[in-house]
Each structure stands twice: as C-alpha cells, then as structure tokens.
Write a protein that binds this ligand. Structure first.
Ligand code: WQD
Length: 339
C-alpha cells in the first residue's frame, strides 16, 4: 500500500522506511531535513534498491503538506515528524508546542480532508511519567510529563484518540516507544547527534570513538541492581518492524489503540556501558555524578499487548544493539575521512 512517512529521513523514520519498502509497500517521505541529512535518501536506495518519492516540506507548511496529499493516494500515515530533545523543549517550549502540536494538527486536518483513515503515531514511554509501577502497562493511561517534549506526545495521543472517537472511519495506533538505540547492521543508517549527545548510548558511542573522554553517570543511588538508572532499550530495527506491524493493524481495525514497544527487560547504565565495552573491545571510562533532574529510577514495558494485537516481539538483544551502534560510528568516521 502507499504510505506517507513524515520525518522519514530521521533516525527511527529511515529504519522504518527500509522495513516498509522491503515488505513491498510504496513509501512517500515528507521531511524538512531539520534533523536529518539528504544523504539518507541515497542510503535507503542502496539498501532497498528503491528511491522513495521525497517532499522537503515542514508540517507547519500547510500548502506544502496539501501538495503531497493532492499528488498521491495515501492509504496510511506513519507520523514521526517532530522535535525530540527533552532539554531544548524546556528552553523553547513554544517552538515545541507549535511544531509538534500545530504541525501535527495540520497533518490530521489533511487526513480528514483527503480521507486518509489510518495513522500510526510516534509516541513515547515518557507519557507514563513517574506515576506508575513497572512494568508500564497501556491500561495505566497517561501520567504527569516533566517536560514540554513529553507533553506534546501526551497531547497528540489525546488529539488522535478524540479524532478517532468523532470519526468512525479513523484508525489510530499510538506507539509508546521505550529507549530506541542501535543502528542498521549495514552501518548505513543510525544516529549521530551533532554536539554533545544527551542520551546514553549516543554519548557512550562517542566515548568509544575517542571523541569524548568519559561517560558521566547520572546517579548511583537509585533503588536498582547497581544504583544506576534502569531503562528498556530496544534495537531500532526491531522498533521499525513494530511500525510495519502497527500500520498493517491500523488498516484492518477502527478506533484508537495505545501500544507499548519495548523489550520488556531493563538494563542499568553500567550494564549498558559494559555491553558497549564488549562490542568495541575497549575499556570505557566513567565518572559518577548527581542524578539528572526529571529522571526516574526504572522504566520498562509490559509487552503483552504488542504481542497480542500486533504479534510483535523483539528479536535483537543488548549485545546486537551495542554492536550495530559501534559499527555505525566506525562507518561514519571512515565516511567523514573520505570526504
Ligand atoms: C537513559 C539513562 C540517564 C546520559 C529520554 C527521553 C525520552 C526519549 C528517549 C526522546 C538514564 C542515564 C544518560 C548520560 C547517564 N525520547 N544517562 N549519562 O532519559 O530514559 O529517555 O530519551 O526522543 O522521552 O526522556 O534516556 O538515554 O537520556 O537516559 O547516566 O550522559 O542513562 O540518567 O538513567 P531517557 P537517556
């Protein structure tokens, strides 16, 4: 089927585009390239043999969006486009609300106007906040978010559920991702944020390549296996496969669903660091610091609903996640040298 992927040039979007094309779907990408590089299109083509149609359009640009809807006949949408840096969202909340909420509403209005009934939304486990016991279950609903980024995910879930309630033809799957890491095993797609990374694995990756000296571990006094924060890490290729299943599910059902996408297992910061050491064959330095404000001790998913509704289970573990992350970093460094 013909699927519009907004934000399809980004980290999770690009991996999902590859899985969709490899399963025989026709993909159209819409992305403003704010946080992505045009090279990704070549890489998708190299991996799949197909160069998807691409619109360099911002979701705030209603005319640009409408052009994409007029020129195609989408059967479904996977909506990734949005700003995603937690700390930045605290500094410039209005930019986050405008882009992630007003921009998304533009997209939902186009769905309404052009009768595109099926959508998968890129939500986040951050909507559980610190209100519930692990494993986080979808039936808990939403907790208190601690930053504007998280609040935009929470609002989008609500907006889409109300949209589906009011329109009997609409089908929504809100996917709540846990912590996506890793990269495509080819080394062609991955995540290499500009500047100093905020998230754990991109930071460790730069310690492994020698770009940063050591990891700052934020807190070793949590009530966890070794005192450091525990998260549910999921390989980005597994997460991409979950989108394929979710979009196929959305097309066969009506109404709105919320579904966790995680492995169901938690790893501490030090366990991840040690797995990465194994992957890169080096000892990586770290220092213990104070807790990071807004962090919770432990987060991992209840994965039952994903299994039941989507038939989805992760296939790759922490060692593959670290191996593919490091492989991507090495590939990228070689690429930069050759330019
Ligand atoms: C994981 C663990 C840190 C960096 C965030 C967002 C979430 C999501 C993914 C974004 C924690 C510790 C981290 C470091 C460390 N969405 N840590 N040193 O906070 O679970 O989730 O990113 O797109 O919405 O909140 O992920 O990778 O930042 O942290 O010790 O330099 O690693 O304290 O325990 P988090 P993370």
């Amino acid at each position: 089927m013909q699927i519009l992927v907004t934000g399809g040039m980004g980290y999770i979007g690009s991996h999902t585009v590859v899985e969709l094309i490899q399963s025989g779907h026709e993909v159209i990408i819409l992305d403003n390239l704010y946080n992505a590089n045009i090279d990704v299109l070549d890489r998708i083509e190299k991996l799949t043999g197909v160069r998807p149609k691409f619109y360099e359009v911002d979701i705030l640009d209603r005319e640009g969006l409408e052009r994409a809807f007029k020129e195609n006949h989408f059967e479904a949408i996977i909506h990734f486009a949005g700003y995603k840096a937690v700390g930045e969202s605290v500094r410039i909340p209005l930019t986050y609300y405008k882009n992630n909420i007003s921009g998304s509403i533009n997209l939902y209005e186009m769905m309404d106007k052009y009768h595109v009934d099926n959508i998968v939304f890129s939500s986040s486990a951050t909507v559980y906040g610190d209100n519930f016991e692990v494993p986080f279950k979808e039936e808990y609903g939403q907790g208190d978010t601690t930053n504007p980024y998280g609040t935009t995910k929470k609002f989008n879930e609500i907006i889409l559920s109300d949209f589906a309630l009011a329109n009997k033809d609409i089908s929504v799957v809100n996917l709540r991702y846990f912590n996506p890491i890793g990269a495509h095993p080819s080394g062609l797609l991955g995540e290499d944020p500009k500047g100093i990374p905020n998230n754990l694995v991109p930071y460790i990756a730069k310690v492994a390549t020698g770009e940063l000296d050591h990891l700052n571990v934020f807190g070793d006094d949590y009530d966890t296996i070794d005192g450091t924060g525990v998260r549910d890490y999921i390989h980005v290729v597994d997460l991409a496969k979950a989108h394929l299943k979710a979009v196929e599910y959305a097309c066969k059902h009506k109404g709105a669903e919320v579904i966790n996408v995680g492995s169901g297992k938690g790893y501490s910061v030090l366990e991840v660091l040690h797995a990465y050491e194994k992957a890169c064959g080096k000892t990586l330095k770290y220092e213990i610091h104070d807790r990071r404000p807004g962090d919770i001790a432990t987060s991992y998913a209840d994965t039952q609903k994903a299994k039941e509704l989507l038939g989805f289970e992760v296939e790759l573990g922490i060692d593959e996640m670290c191996r593919d992350s490091y492989n991507y970093m090495i590939h990228n460094l070689e690429d930069q040298k050759n330019r």
